[in-house]
Design a protein around this ligand. Structure first.
Ligand SMILES: Cc1ncc(COP(=O)(O)O)c(C=O)c1O
Length: 371
């Protein structure tokens, strides 16, 4: 069986380093805060090419705290894409703001910058571009719009550690970028974890306060905050894994290149890789109207696959209060019908990638969609 993601294969390769880091934390019994957390934060800020990184308890919390630090709250509107994981919108609703959807670009499945201005009202406070599947959003037009209308840009980089836009890593384009270190992410902890990255010192200070009970000193609380800290065990694990990220990204991209080459004329639509955009393939997503049939054939051949995501956010029961209906965001809806994620992780071998591609090709040919 070739899984969608293989966390065990990765742990087996770095077992000694990880076990040593965990043992160090246990020996020091410093489980919250301290040098394990700050040392990972420094390393992650440097990796992202940004001034500050603040470890938090999840990607969802990273988004929520970043929005609060950007001054987004009750009654404000925040523009984002309906083609994302629900956490993006939970964070918006979580601060009392109203999510406003804009359809995605048909090719990349990321927010279409050309549609954003029409959605801006006098209540709009921020835009959350989501670098979905590890494919960077076209940031320049979004930054222009934000400057023109005085909006904050909070990047949802949960799936895009190390992705590059015009030669620069994601992390410092907007006012703040939010990362998830959920175990299956490109940089994944061994539990829940997240990070906020920014070049803005005021935002960094505010997130640091908010994540730790609004504490300015041990028993002085400047604001009412939260318990949203990154713990030392996760920080120590993440620091070990961060040192491998460049190699792992290259390995993901190498697997994507094999898929790209072998699936060229399989009759399925391949992920975009436009000039100036360097995706990190958190997911390798092909598109085909025969998605379910191909997934079945892959399963029968011992290959796992996934669908990210089958229900667009505007069609989710939890968001029915927004009053949307089918047809409101046609590109997003089309992607939800057609998308199929193939196995993708750094340890996927050349032979495994070739086998997966052959099975996709075979299934597509037998469904007569090739050519
Ligand atoms: C696009 C996106 N945003 C936000 C999140 C939330 O991250 P977390 O699960 O760490 O809270 C995730 C991942 O789960 C995600 O994929």
């Amino acid at each position: 069986m070739i899984p969608l993601v293989d966390l065990k294969a990765q742990y087996d390769l770095i077992r000694d380093e990880i076990d040593e880091a965990i043992q160090r934390v246990l020996d020091n019994t410093s489980f919250i805060g301290g040098s394990e957390v700050s040392s990972f934060e420094d390393a992650f800020a440097e990796y992202c090419g940004a001034k500050f990184a603040i470890g938090v308890s999840s990607g969802t919390e990273a988004l929520r705290l970043a929005l609060i630090a950007c001054g987004v709250g009750e009654g404000d509107e925040v523009i984002t894409s309906p083609s994302t994981f629900i956490a993006t919108v939970e964070a918006i609703a979580g601060v009392g703001a109203k999510p406003v959807f804009v359809d995605v670009d048909e090719e990349t499945n990321n927010i279409d910058p050309a549609l954003i201005e029409a959605a801006i009202t006098d209540r709009t406070k921020a835009i959350i571009p989501v670098h979905l599947y590890g494919y960077p959003v076209d940031m320049d037009p979004i930054l222009d719009i934000a400057r023109k209308h005085g909006l904050k840009v909070v990047e949802d980089a949960a799936q895009a550690h190390g992705a590059e836009y015009k030669g620069t890593r994601i992390g410092g384009f907007g006012d703040v970028a939010c990362f998830s270190f959920y175990p299956g992410k490109n940089l994944g902890a061994y539990g829940d974890a997240g990070g906020v990255v920014t070049n803005d010192e005021a935002i960094a200070d505010e997130v640091r306060l908010l994540r730790d009970h609004g504490r300015s000193d041990k028993y002085e609380h400047r604001v009412l905050g939260f318990n949203s800290r990154l713990d030392s065990l996760q920080a120590a694990i993440l620091k070990v894994k961060l040192a491998h990220m460049e190699k792992w990204t290259d390995q993901r991209r190498a697997a994507a290149a094999i898929y790209g080459e072998l699936l060229q004329d399989a009759g399925v639509r391949l992920p975009a890789e436009q000039p100036g955009f360097k995706p990190v393939y958190h997911l390798y997503v092909v598109r085909t109207p025969k998605r379910d049939e191909i997934a079945e054939a892959l399963k029968a051949a011992g290959v796992a696959s996934g669908v990210h995501y089958p229900i667009p956010l505007h069609m989710q029961p939890a968001l029915s209060y927004m009053g949307h209906s089918e047809g409101d965001f046609p590109n997003c809806e089309q992607n939800a019908r057609d998308c199929l994620s193939l196995p993708m992780y750094p340890e996927l071998t050349e032979e495994q990638a070739q086998f997966v591609a052959q099975q996709v090709k075979k299934a597509a040919a037998s469904l007569r969609i090739a050519g």
